[in-house]
Design a protein around this ligand. Sequence first.
Ligand SMILES: C[S@@+](CC[C@H](N)C(=O)[O-])C[C@H]1O[C@@H](n2cnc3c(N)ncnc32)[C@H](O)[C@@H]1O
Length: 289
Amino acid sequence: MLSISAEDFLFWKKKQLSKGGDQEAFAVLLDCIGGISSSDQSLISINRGGNLHLKKNLEFLESTWNEHLLNSCPIQYLCGITFWRDLELEVTNKVLIPRPETELIIDIVFNIFRKKSEKFLFAELGTGSGAISIAIALAYPSSDGVATDIDRDALEIATKNYINSSKQSNLKFYCGNWWSPLESFKGKLDLAISNPPYIPKDIYEKLPKEVKNFEPKVALLGGDDGLKHIREIIQKAPSFLKEKGWLILENHFDQGEKVKQLLIKNKFTSIEIVKDLSGIGRFTIGRYK
Ligand SMILES: C[S@@+](CC[C@H](N)C(=O)[O-])C[C@H]1O[C@@H](n2cnc3c(N)ncnc32)[C@H](O)[C@@H]1O
């Protein structure tokens, strides 16, 4: 640990931020590599008299920040870590950086399965870093989960993240196209969740370079209208869900109504478009019959 006065640290921080970039990314760098949590960062600004302890020296933090500014590489990939809900997850450019808005999926699950002692079987399709599945598996220790992805490298990271976050063994990982690795779970799932690639092709082409140049295309692109994968997931879901089993999907900001229609067409009931904290219809949920 390296000790530095709060005054010197704040002077250095101001200099770094004057080069560009946003406060949020800088806070992630300090938290993930520097070892200074967001709450410590707020305390320092109030109590400038003290000292603080860094896990890495300022030169190292500065060179990482410079690399981020120069290439627009997401700071989470440079740090190799991201925080999501109360999880610390390894991330590389083989997995999407789990987004803060996706955190609400877990609250939707909490609203459906109200007791933490509940026992259910869930599947997550397209797990990426494993964030969603790991959070559910940890919250419901009596439940079992299966998480899939088409990308083996992503599954390797998800598995590592699960091992690092949990002492349990109630989550298993499978590789393959959407439902195909889950044949043996047909008719058995109480809940299926997916945050699939849903960006329409024309929007994908115009994504900011920090997303398009670094995050995996397979995690983002949802075909011409963005609904290619959502359609496939909904059409096959009835074979895998139990009667009254739930399907929760994340979708693009303007896809809620279309996803709702797809659910109706495939005989889902209790359909609801759930808004995120910005008031966007970000999730569409339903029960199979
Ligand atoms: C938007 S990312 C979501 C990752 C993670 N669940 C999250 O919320 O941060 C979509 C994930 O779906 C995976 N994927 C893409 N096409 C797939 C397919 N045909 N079958 C299974 N997984 C797929 C990608 O590799 C990626 O990890």
